[in-house]
Ligand binder design. Structure first.
Ligand code: HEC
Ligand code: HEC
Ligand code: HEC
Ligand code: HEC
Ligand code: HEC
Length: 437
């Protein structure tokens, strides 16, 4: 990582000096490990069938299959002349990176089979030390010993087992779930957000929510245990290509999102025609151990959709609707960028050193967040004038909606074909009536 930072700093210095002679990417650095130092996940399946089947459908397995990742990575390497180097692959497929299989430009199909997997068993279960909860700064000790949370593991004839208490703690996850680029922009801050949440009084680790426990066997033929951990790692993301148990992963993401936020709508019970109707919509984060949303918040969109209809169903007012491209109608909309001045989106925006908004990780110098911290809330205000001839009642419908990847972002990457595959999840919905007198 240090060498990446150094290269990035050099690269930026070169840009600032308007020097077209960019330093060449590092060449021939000796890989830290050999491919044969690691075991493939398939080798674990016979004795750990549940762990294997769950992991296979997880976003950790998807991390180095994800077409969005590859489109971004390729573009980032092109735009920086290869200076991104191992920055992305070190997290998304640590084994590929540490065995020297991912020079700046590579074709996934050319890699050895094990390197084509992303965050796999032999990444996590060979981690022996977390140096920093940032940018994949951990140490791997691959080989015959698998490290894990069981203090008294039963012996087996495939590997040695070694207990390490860190497997049960958030720091373990924080090594990858905290991302800062070479320009110092804090791209993902899930671990820091979690630290703040613990100060605010939330006392659960990442594993408690993302690796729920059950009673069962950790290995075929092993002892019955009270606490074995699910390896689905459900979050909000879903695969956009053919992938094992994709429907199940979608279901789990939806369920998690629907248990995340509290939506509170304040509106008057009655109003008079000609009045200005004011609605306050509050989103509270009381259940999530980090901000809402979290992770790659420059790509995620969580937003408030408001619709007010008269008795005949005719729309009187709305915010948070989509344009014909499927985009929200803010400055990212190619069709209607000023149609929705009241729009509220919870996300991260990124800017370069001149203050211009940018869309990609490697271009960002600063970020601006509009996320809801744990035990925090944000309120959005909406108002509109009730027509003089209005009678009866108004039906208000307020929805908190979420999607992982907005259309404008996928189009920018040339991934137009994926736009229709991204689900929009209704996280919470509130309906209200206002009678007109
Ligand atoms: C992203 C990291 C990660 C990946 C990938 C991963 N594990 Fe785990 N695994 C963990 C953590 C963390 C625990 C312990 C959780 C705790 O104690 O809170 C664990 C626990 C285990 C255990 C001990 C029993 C249990 O469930 O607590 C076994 C066995 C295991 N994993 C096998 C596997 C296998 C096999 C794979 C691949 C198919 C795999 N793991 C992939 C992080 C990972
Ligand atoms: C021949 C069967 C077998 C194979 C193959 C196997 N394991 Fe295990 N593994 C076991 C048994 C048995 C245990 C102990 C379970 C217990 O005590 O509950 C175990 C325990 C573990 C633990 C927990 C260690 C601890 O102390 O917390 C991890 C992690 C683990 N295995 C990972 C893996 C990984 C990764 C692979 C594939 C590279 C793998 N295993 C392949 C049988 C196997
Ligand atoms: C109290 C339960 C809880 C804890 C603790 C927790 N999470 Fe989450 N996590 C959730 C819920 C619920 C969601 C879905 C809502 C959201 O996106 O924030 C989620 C979403 C996520 C996402 C997807 C975010 C996005 O919008 O793309 C990631 C990544 C994640 N968690 C990682 C972590 C890590 C790493 C930790 C520990 C540092 C952690 N979580 C701790 C409950 C939890
Ligand atoms: C070696 C790096 C690494 C480690 C260690 C790691 N993760 Fe991840 N995790 C990733 C990457 C990369 C992704 C994104 C995969 C993708 O969608 O392309 C991810 C995705 C996730 C997601 C899904 C996010 C979503 O948007 O749905 C969750 C949840 C998650 N991780 C939880 C954890 C937890 C809990 C731990 C600790 C037990 C952990 N991770 C440890 C790298 C890591
Ligand atoms: C320190 C580890 C780390 C680094 C470095 C990193 N990522 Fe990630 N990436 C993650 C984690 C963790 C997630 C999951 C967060 C979430 O889902 O919100 C993720 C999620 C993503 C996603 C979202 C996946 C989806 O389909 O929704 C994309 C795309 C992505 N990363 C691309 C990149 C690219 C390109 C780079 C390099 C410029 C990069 N990442 C660098 C850890 C990292």
């Amino acid at each position: 990582m240090r060498s990446f930072v150094a290269f990035f700093v050099l690269f930026i210095a070169a840009c600032q000096n308007n020097d077209s002679q960019l330093p060449t990417p590092p060449e021939g650095a000796t890989p830290k490990f050999k491919v044969m130092d690691f075991d493939a996940p398939e080798q674990c399946a016979s004795c750990h069938p549940d762990h294997y089947n769950e992991w296979r459908s997880s976003m950790h397995a998807y991390a180095f299959v994800d077409p969005v990742f590859f489109a971004m990575h390729e573009r980032g390497q092109r735009e920086t002349g290869g200076k991104l180097d191992q920055f992305c692959t070190k997290c998304h497929s640590p084994i590929a990176s540490l065995t020297g299989e991912t020079p700046p430009f590579f074709n996934r199909n050319d890699l050895s089979p094990i390197s084509q997997h992303g965050v796999q068993c032999d990444v996590c279960h060979t981690i022996t030390k977390i140096n920093k909860t940032l940018n994949a700064d951990f140490e791997l000790t691959p080989g015959n010993t698998k490290y894990g949370p069981i203090a008294n593991p039963a012996p087996n004839n495939f590997h040695q087992s070694s207990f390490n208490a860190m497997f049960d703690r958030s720091e373990f996850c924080g090594a990858c779930h905290e991302v800062v680029n070479g320009l110092g922009a804090k791209l993902e801050e899930t671990f820091t957000e979690w630290v703040r949440a613990t100060f605010a009084g939330m006392s659960v680790d990442c594993q408690d929510c993302h690796m729920p426990t059950y009673a069962g066997q950790a290995a075929t033929g092993g002892p019955q245990r009270d606490r074995v951990h699910r390896h689905y790692f459900a979050g909000v993301d879903v695969p956009l290509v053919d992938f094992p148990d994709a429907a199940l992963q979608r279901q789990m993401a939806e369920k998690l999102l629907q248990s995340s936020a509290d939506l509170i709508v304040a509106s008057p019970e009655a109003a008079r025609a000609g009045d200005t109707l004011k609605i306050a919509v509050t989103v509270e984060n009381n259940h999530v151990g980090h901000s809402l949303p979290s992770g790659v918040t420059a790509e995620r969109q969580m937003w408030i959709a408001v619709v007010a209809r008269d008795q005949s169903g005719q729309i009187l007012y709305q915010s948070g609707q989509l344009d014909a491209n499927g985009d929200l109608m803010d400055h990212h909309s190619a069709l209607n960028s000023s149609a929705d001045p009241a729009l509220t989106v919870f996300r991260q925006l990124m800017y370069d050193e001149t203050g211009k908004e940018v869309l990609f990780f490697w271009q960002a110098k600063t970020v601006e967040n509009n996320l809801i911290p744990t035990f925090g809330s944000k309120t959005a205000l909406y108002k509109f004038v009730l027509l003089q001839n209005l009678t009866g009642e108004i039906n208000l419908e307020v929805t908190l909606r979420f999607r992982t990847l907005p259309p404008y972002f996928l189009r920018e990457l040339g991934l137009d074909g994926l736009v229709a595959k991204v689900p929009i999840v209704d996280m919470a919905k509130v309906t209200r009536r206002v009678s007109i007198n």
